[in-house]
Design a protein around this ligand. Structure first.
Ligand code: AMP
Ligand code: MG
Length: 333
C-alpha cells in the first residue's frame, strides 16, 4: 500500500538468510519475508551451498514480500541490496537479482552495508536517536557510534564473532544450528561457572581462546549446561567491559543492542546494567528484526536514496570485506 509515499524493496543475502522486504518512506515495514539456509548437522555454512539455496528461494521470497505488502513491482521507487560484508557467492546471488529488477524496471539501485542495516533497523524500530551501538551477530561483534559523518568503531572482535563462538561451540558439541538459542536454553540449566579465558585487549575482545578452552573442557567431561552458562558469562562480560568504556568515553545518552545475538535474554540483562550504571537509556531491536532480514536493507537503502546515494547497475559491485566505518551516513548529519 503505497499511499503516495516512496517505496523501497530490499534484498538481504550476505550469509545464511535470503530476505526480501518492502518498506515505506514513513518507516512502515509493509512486509518482511525470509528463508534461512540450514547447513547439515555438524557443519558450518558452506558459501556455495548457501548461495544455491538463495537462488532457489529468491523468486518466491520476493513474490511473497510484494504480495504481503500489497504493492506491484512497478510501484517500487528504489531497489536496495546488501553489497557486503558477507560471503562472496551469497552476495553475488542477491546482487544479480537486484540488478535484474533495477534494469528491467529502470529503477534506481542502492548498495547497502549490511552492518549499517542492522543499526538503522534498530534505530527505526526503537526510535532511539543517538545511541552507542553494540552490534552482535554471525558476522559482527562491533561497538560503534555515529560521530562526524560516519559510524566509528570503538571496539570489536580481534578474531571470531560472538555469533560464531556460540554457533561453533554448539556445532562441535553436537547441538543443532543455529547454536545461539540452544546455548542460551542450556545455560539456564547450568549451575556453576567454570574458569575460561577472559581476553580484552585495549577495547577489543578475543573469543577464539574461549572457544578452544570450552571445547577442551567439554572433551574432559565438564557438564554441557555449565559450559553453556560459562561461555555466556565470559563472552558477555568481556563485551560489557568494552561497551562500558566506550560509553564512558563517547558520553552517548543511550545504549542500543542489535544483531542476531541481541535476542539473548542474558545479554540484554548484562547490557541493561551497563547502560544503567552510566545513566544511559537502554534499547534492544525487536526479535523479529534482530537477525538478518530484508527490512534492514530496504530501510537503509531508502535513507541512502533520499540523499542521492545511488549506483549505476554496471558500476555496482559486491564487497565481501566492506567495513561500516568506510560508509558516509548523510541522513544523520
Ligand atoms: P545474524 O547474523 O544477525 O542473522 O544473527 C545470527 C546469529 O545470532 C547466530 O550466530 C545465532 O546463533 C545468533 N542468535 C540467534 N538467537 C540467539 C539467542 N537467543 N542467543 C544467542 N545467540 C543467538
Ligand atoms: Mg547480520
Amino acid at each position: 500500500m503505497k499511499e503516495g509515499k516512496l517505496i523501497s524493496l530490499g534484498i538481504e543475502c550476505t550469509a545464511h538468510t535470503f530476505g526480501a522486504s518492502v518498506v515505506r518512506e514513513d518507516g512502515v515495514i509493509l512486509s518482511d519475508v525470509k528463508d534461512i539456509y540450514k547447513p547439515p548437522p555438524g557443519r558450518g555454512i558452506h558459501p556455495r551451498e548457501s548461495a544455491q539455496h538463495h537462488s532457489q528461494v529468491g523468486a518466491r521470497v520476493l513474490r511473497e514480500a510484494l504480495e504481503r505488502a500489497e504493492v506491484r513491482l512497478s510501484d517500487v521507487d528504489v531497489v536496495a541490496f546488501s553489497a557486503g560484508p558477507g560471503l562472496g557467492p551469497c552476495l553475488r546471488t542477491g546482487a544479480t537479482l537486484a540488478r535484474a529488477i533495477a534494469s528491467l524496471l529502470s529503477k534506481p539501485l542502492v548498495q547497502v552495508n549490511h552492518a549499517i542495516g542492522h543499526i538503522e533497523i534498530a534505530r527505526l524500530t526503537t526510535r532511539v536517536e543517538d545511541p552507542l551501538v553494540v552490534l552482535v551477530s554471525g558476522g559482527h561483534t562491533t561497538i560503534t557510534t555515529f560521530i562526524d559523518g560516519r559510524y566509528r568503531v570503538y571496539g570489536e572482535t580481534l578474531d571470531i564473532t560472538l555469533g560464531n563462538l556460540l554457533d561453533a561451540f554448539a556445532r562441535e558439541a553436537g547441538l543443532p544450528s543455529p547454536g545461539g538459542p540452544v546455548v542460551e536454553k542450556l545455560a539456564r540449566e547450568g549451575s556453576k561457572v567454570v574458569e575460561l579465558p577472559y581476553v580484552v585487549k585495549g577495547n577489543d575482545v578475543s573469543y577464539s581462546g574461549l572457544l578452544t578452552a570450552s571445547l577442551e573442557k567439554l572433551r574432559k567431561g565438564a557438564k554441557l549446561e555449565d559450559l553453556c552458562l560459562s561461555i555466556q558469562e565470559y563472552a558477555f562480560s568481556m563485551l560489557a567491559e568494552a561497551a562500558e568504556r566506550a560509553l564512558a568515553f563517547t558520553e552517548k545518552p543511550a545504549l542500543l543492542l542489535t544483531g542476531g545475538v541481541a535476542a539473548n535474554e542474558r545479554l540484554k540483562e548484562v547490557m541493561r546494567m551497563v547502560a544503567e550504571e552510566h545513566g544511559a537509556s537502554f534499547h534492544v531491536v525487536p526479535p523479529q528484526y534482530s537477525g538478518d532480514c530484508g527490512a534492514q536493507i530496504a530501510w537503509t537503502g531508502l535513507l541512502h536514496f533520499k540523499h542521492g546515494d545511488v549506483v549505476e547497475v554496471d558500476e555496482s559491485s559486491v564487497k565481501p570485506r566492506w567495513r561500516l566505518d568506510e560508509v558516509d551516513v548523510p541522513w544523520r548529519r
